[in-house]
Design a protein around this ligand. Structure first.
Ligand code: FAD
Length: 452
C-alpha cells in the first residue's frame, strides 16, 4: 500500500502541481496533504514489515532472510521512510535550516527509491516507482519552461528597514494574476537556492475575466521616472518590458545573505542593482466576484498577497452589477513597511483606497513627522487618516465584514483572504471556524502563509 502512495506523495509536492490546478487549493494546503500521506505511507510500511517478520518467523526463515539483500533493503527503506516522514520534517528543523531539510529530503527520497527497487527485486509493484520517477522528472523539467528568462534579469533592491523591496524587469509576455508567486534565485548571493515570494505588483494584471487591465498607469509611470527603484539605465528596458515587485523580509538564510550583500554595496538611495532568476508565476487567482463581502487581511509582508487584488479590484469588478463590499486590513510593525509600497498603493483606485486600513503596532513615534521625512511625502497624504494604532480585534473584523443576510441577498457570502505570520493566521482561522458554525452567511476562508 505504501508504494501506491508514492506517486501521490510526489504529486502533492511538485511545483507543477496538477492538484492545485484542478482543485484551486493552495500549494500550502497540498503540502499538508503531502505530510499526512507521508505519515500514512510510514504506517503501511510498518504494518507490512511487522507482518512479514511474523510470517518469516512462523515459517522458520527469519534469520535466513537477514542474509538476503532484498530483505535488508526493506529495513533500510523503512528507516528512510521514518527519516522522511517524521523527525527531520519537524517544523523546528525546517525553520532552523530549510536548505538542509530540503537537501536531506531529496537525498533520502532518491536513496529510498533505489533501495525499494532492490527490495522488490526490480520486479514487483515497480510500476508505482516508475510513475513516481517519471512524475518527478517531468516536474523538474517543467521548471526550465517556467523560467522567465534564460539569462538573469535586472533587478533593484531597496532597503526599508525591516523589509526589502525588489523590482525586476520581465518580459511583457509573462502573464501575472493576483495571488501568484514566483521562485527567485540570486546568483550573486546563493547560486543554488531558489525561494518563493508573492508578486506584490505587476505593471498590469490579467484579470479573472482574461481582460487586460492597467493599474493607474499614469502614477506608475510617474513613479518610475522619479523614483530610484528602477535605475535610469534600465528604464528604457522597462518601457518594453514590465516591472514586477516583491517585498522580502530578511530571515536567517538566503534572505539574510541578500540583506548582507545589500549592506555591503548600498548607495545613498539605499538601493543596489541585483541579478535575479525568476521562475514562475505559480498559483492562481481567487475569484472575488462570487462574494457579497470581501475581507483582505495582511500582516507585514503578507501585503504582497493582498495588494494585487486591491490594485486590480476595479478592473475585475467593473462589469459586476453588485460589487462586493470590501474591507482591507494591513497590520504593520514598522511604518517603513508602508513606505516600501507607497508608490504601489498610489495605484489603487480612490474609491478602493477608502476601504483600506493600516493598523500600526510599533512604537516609532509621530506618524506625521514620519510621513514628512519620507522620500515622497505627498504619497503618504491619503494614507495618514487611514492609519490606526494598535492591533485590530480579529473577531470584530470578521464579524463586521459579514454580509447582512436580511438586507443583502439570501445567498450572501463572505470571502476572507489572509496572508501573514503564523500567529495572525491561527487567530483568524480560529475565529472563522467559530463563525462558520453560527453565521447565516457562507464564509470562505483562503490563507497564504508568508513563512512556513
Ligand atoms: C507561496 C509563498 C509566498 C511567499 N511570499 C513571501 C513574500 O512575499 N515575502 C517574504 O518575505 N516571504 C515570503 N515567503 C516566505 C519566503 O519564501 C521565506 O521567507 C524565504 O524562503 C526565507 O528564506 P531564508 O533562506 O532566509 O529562510 P530561513 O531563515 O532559513 O527560514 C525562515 C523561514 O522561511 C522558510 N523557508 C525557507 N526557505 C524556504 C523555501 N524555499 N520555501 C518555503 N519556505 C521557506 C523556513 O521554513 C522558515 O520558516 C513566501 C513563502 C511562500 C511559500
Amino acid at each position: 500500500m505504501s508504494f501506491v502512495l508514492m506517486p501521490l506523495l510526489m504529486l502533492t509536492v511538485g511545483r507543477m502541481n496538477l492538484l492545485v490546478w484542478m482543485t484551486r487549493w493552495s500549494y500550502d494546503s497540498w503540502n499538508i496533504f503531502h505530510r499526512w500521506i507521508g505519515r500514512l505511507a510510514l504506517i503501511f510500511a510498518i504494518v507490512h514489515t511487522v507482518l512479514y517478520i511474523v510470517y518469516a518467523h512462523l515459517v522458520g526463515r527469519l534469520w535466513v532472510n537477514f542474509s538476503k539483500l532484498y530483505w535488508n533493503c526493506g529495513f533500510v527503506a523503512l528507516a528512510l521512510y521514518l527519516v522522511l516522514s517524521s523527525f527531520p520534517s519537524a517544523r523546528f528543523i525546517r525553520r532552523m535550516s530549510y536548505e538542509v531539510f530540503l537537501a536531506g529530503h531529496v537525498l533520502s527520497t532518491v536513496v529510498c527509491l533505489v533501495v525499494l527497487f532492490y527490495h522488490t527485486l526490480w520486479r514487483y509493484a515497480n510500476e508505482w516507482l516508475y510513475i513516481t520517477i517519471i512524475y518527478w522528472a517531468i516536474d523538474r523539467l517543467s521548471r526550465a519552461f517556467k523560467a522567465t528568462s534564460l539569462l538573469p534579469l535586472s533587478g533593484t533592491l531597496t532597503d526599508y528597514g525591516t523589509v526589502m523591496r525588489l523590482d525586476v524587469c520581465i518580459s511583457k509576455d509573462v502573464r501575472i494574476r493576483p495571488g501568484q508567486f514566483a521562485h527567485l534565485r540570486f546568483p550573486e548571493v546563493r547560486y543554488m537556492e531558489s525561494h518563493p515570494f508573492s508578486i506584490a505588483a505587476s505593471d498590469h494584471y490579467d484579470s479573472v475575466e482574461g481582460k487586460f487591465s492597467v493599474c493607474k498607469q499614469g502614477s506608475r509611470a510617474r513613479d518610475t521616472e522619479s523614483s530610484p527603484l528602477i535605475p535610469s539605465t534600465e528604464r528604457n528596458e522597462c518601457s518594453t518590458h514590465k516591472a514586477v515587485s516583491f517585498i522580502i523580509r530578511p530571515y536567517d538564510g538566503m534572505t539574510r545573505s541578500l540583506y548582507e550583500r545589500f549592506e555591503a554595496k548600498a548607495n545613498v538611495d539605499r538601493s543596489i542593482p541585483i541579478k535575479v532568476y525568476m521562475e514562475g508565476p505559480y498559483g492562481h487567482e481567487h475569484d472575488l466576484r462570487e462574494y457579497t463581502s470581501v475581507l483582505l487581511l495582511a500582516g507585514g509582508v503578507g501585503i504582497s498577497f493582498t495588494l494585487p487584488y486591491l490594485l486590480n479590484w476595479s478592473a475585475v469588478l467593473s462589469s459586476q452589477e453588485h460589487k462586493p463590499r470590501l474591507r482591507a486590513v494591513w497590520i504593520v510593525r514598522s511604518l517603513m513597511e508602508v513606505d516600501s509600497v507607497l508608490n504601489l498603493l498610489d495605484g489603487i483606485d480612490g474609491e478602493v483606497q477608502e476601504s483600506i486600513e493600516i493598523w500600526y503596532t510599533g512604537h516609532e513615534g509621530n506618524l506625521q513627522s514620519h510621513a514628512e521625512a519620507c522620500a515622497t511625502p505627498t504619497l503618504w497624504t491619503p494614507w495618514i487618516p487611514r492609519v490606526f494604532f494598535g492591533r485590530p480585534h480579529m473577531e470584530e473584523l470578521i464579524f463586521q465584514a459579514l454580509p447582512d443576510v436580511e438586507i443583502e441577498m439570501t445567498s450572501s457570502s463572505l470571502g476572507v483572504l489572509a496572508c501573514g505570520p503564523g500567529g495572525m493566521l491561527d487567530d483568524c482561522r480560529f475565529v472563522v471556524e467559530r463563525m462558520v458554525l453560527s453565521a447565516t452567511a457562507r464564509i470562505h476562508y483562503v490563507e497564504e502563509a508568508s513563512t512556513t
